[in-house]
Design a protein around this ligand. Structure first.
Ligand code: M6R
Length: 600
């Protein structure tokens, strides 16, 4: 940040808006009378704020960072900004050749303070400044030696009022207003500071001064990157709730309704897709790629696209898809699912697929994010800012987009009569009301969560689309309760995992009373016979049929089988949330996690 006013307080405010990106340690550095001064603290930004209150920093040029540890633990020494006497830097990403650079720089006398890969950047710029004192040239020379992914902002002691920036694979944006200049790794950090934003492209190196920026592309040519309105994601507040996660679970009837509404035509009985820019959703084959929750949304979408639209779908985790050299589906299309639109694995997989000529559709929540801008076409979700690390409302919004896409693809492939489309659209329109009922379905949830909090391991089971939903439920549960949880297709239980069942094991079964219910009921009986305690999430008919085997039942409203997987997500989220609360875990910022993972 560059201003005529002291910047430290606003730097800390910006870091708070970015805290969802990492919260292991945080720091700021400013230039005070030509000297780099730093304040850094392990832990959350509150710890940095406390330190800064005791020992405030002056200075009108400054940088700040909140870290998600990759190389080196969450200590003060490893916290950014990293600095030499004359250069301070903040870095997102991973410098893959940091060991070689470190050895080289250390051999020339550089003294390293941290275990991070990032610190080499500060030493490298210092070394280049010795060879060429012009900051922009020395910075560009240093950047040219880096391998890996990075978004870097550097500040040079002798050059107040100047920030040097570089982007390769990790997001970075500049905002200019009057005689101030701001740089952020995310638009959300810049909200309220400026009205326009400039996104850097991969390979860009830039020089930022008050009210002015100069950007060179990877070939060193001066380029003009367009300014666009800074999309305001809205206020980030808990709105009176104990946690963002709870607020976000409760928002789902509204966020799913908004997501679906944008894909329904004016008459209200047909799905209409936006311009898909050459992505042929009538194709025979598709792949769906994402990470974590977004991947599980894709796996539920797989059941829909195969069963309703007759498209042969393959789903994969982005980090595996990228490197397993799978041939692209000829004439098919790719669907890349991401809340943040910045997940490095998903972005790398998208670029890999595009490199092989696959047309790609992104289902993304954050407009103008990198995946949003990189894909050939996009289907927005309307979840709004999701702050809790555990994804909830983004998941159900992703399901809504996939469900709408399924209907549109089925129509295009002539797999759907007009009446059938109307039925599916009606089911979609009615779903938010069912979701609202499901959120408050069971008054026993607190008691069930208290019981789950006493266990060391929980199994989640489901069949059909409820299998990937069980995977998502287990992910939600383990990431915020720290209790081991895993999911199996109910039919797979007898092929191994049944060995785990004893009287201490809790088994959450997600199974509406559909055509597969009887088979799942048999699996429940196998569990009950071995003393396992079953928590059944079903509808009234399912709960009645399983009353002799289930220890607890959560009865959801009857809903259309098409949209039921969206509705059934809610109690699974609530169980994870309430169990974490009863254990006293920091629900919104569970240990070791970051909301948006911008490293591979
Ligand atoms: O932003 P993305 O949707 O691409 O993030 C993908 C995963 O990192 C994310 O869903 C993660 O699994 C969540 N913590 C799950 O709650």
């Amino acid at each position: 940040m560059i201003s005529a006013e002291p910047v430290s307080a606003r730097l800390i405010e910006g870091l708070k808006r970015l805290e969802y990106r990492g919260y292991d340690s945080a720091g700021i550095a400013t230039l005070e009378a030509g000297r780099i001064q730093r304040r850094r603290a392990p832990g959350k930004i509150a710890a940095l704020e406390k330190l800064h209150k005791r020992k405030p920093l002056a200075g009108q040029t400054g940088i700040g960072h909140t870290r998600w540890a990759t190389h080196g633990g969450p200590t003060k020494a490893n916290a950014h900004p990293h600095a030499t006497k004359n250069v301070a830097i903040v870095h997102n990403g991973i410098i893959e050749n940091h060991r070689a650079l470190r050895e080289e720089l250390a051999a020339c006398g550089a003294h390293f303070e941290s275990e991070t890969d990032s610190e080499v950047i500060a030493h490298l710029i210092t070394a280049e400044l010795e060879a060429d004192p012009v900051p922009a040239r020395a910075f560009a020379a240093a950047i040219a030696r880096l391998e890996g992914a990075f978004a870097i902002v550097a500040m040079i002691a002798e050059a107040p009022g100047l920030l040097l920036v570089a982007r390769q694979g990790s997001p970075l944006a500049i905002a200019l207003k009057g005689d101030e200049a701001f740089v952020g790794s995310d638009a959300i950090a810049l909200e309220g500071l400026a009205d326009q934003i400039i996104y850097l492209e991969d390979g860009d190196v830039g020089l930022v001064e008050p009210g002015h920026a100069q950007i060179l592309d990877r070939d060193g040519a001066l380029v003009s990157r367009s300014e666009q309105p800074l999309f305001c994601q809205g206020s980030v507040s808990k709105a009176g709730h104990a946690h963002y996660m709870l607020k976000e679970i409760l928002e789902q009837p509204a966020t799913t309704e908004r997501t679906i509404a944008q894909y329904i035509d004016d008459k209200g009985n047909k799905i209409q897709m936006p311009d898909l820019d050459g992505v042929d959703i009538g194709a025979d084959r598709a792949i769906i790629i994402g990470c974590g929750t977004a991947h599980y949304a894709g796996r539920i979408g797989e059941y829909w696209l195969e069963g309703i639209a007759g498209i042969a779908v393959e789903t994969d985790i982005a980090s595996e898809f990228h490197y397993r050299k799978a041939p692209n589906p000829t004439g098919g299309f790719g669907i890349f699912v991401s809340q943040s639109g910045e997940t490095a694995d998903t972005l790398a997989a998208l670029k890999h697929a595009q490199g092989q000529g696959l047309k790609s559709l992104a289902i993304v929540n954050v407009p103008e994010s990198t995946i949003w801008r990189t894909a050939d076409a996009r289907l927005p979700t309307q979840a709004g800012p999701e702050i809790g690390v555990a994804s909830t409302k983004a998941f159900t919004a992703q399901l809504c987009a996939l469900a709408c896409l399924t209907v549109a693809a089925a129509r295009k492939r002539k797999r759907l009569s007009s009446q059938e489309e109307t039925r599916l659209v009606t089911a979609l329109k009615e779903m938010p009301a069912r979701l609202s009922e499901a959120i408050s379905a069971s008054s026993d949830l607190d008691a069930i969560a208290e019981d789950l909090a006493t266990t060391r391991s929980v199994l989640f089971l489901g069949r059909g689309p409820y299998y990937p939903l069980a995977l998502e439920a287990a992910l939600k549960f383990k990431e915020i309760t720290y209790i081991h949880a895993e999911a199996y297709a109910a039919g797979e239980l007898k092929h191994g995992p049944i060995a785990l069942i004893d009287k201490d094991m809790r088994i959450v079964v997600i199974a509406p009373h559909d055509q597969l219910f009887e088979k799942t009921l048999s699996n429940m009986q196998e569990v009950a016979a071995r003393g396992g305690r079953i928590i059944l999430i079903s509808d009234a008919a399912g709960c009645a049929a399983a009353k002799d085997v289930a220890h607890h039942s959560i009865a959801l409203p009857a809903c259309d089988p098409f949209t039921a997987p969206i509705v059934y997500a809610a109690p699974a989220q609530m169980l994870a949330y309430l169990t974490a609360c009863s254990l006293g875990v920091d629900v919104d910022q569970p240990r070791n996690l970051a909301k948006s993972v911008t490293v591979e």
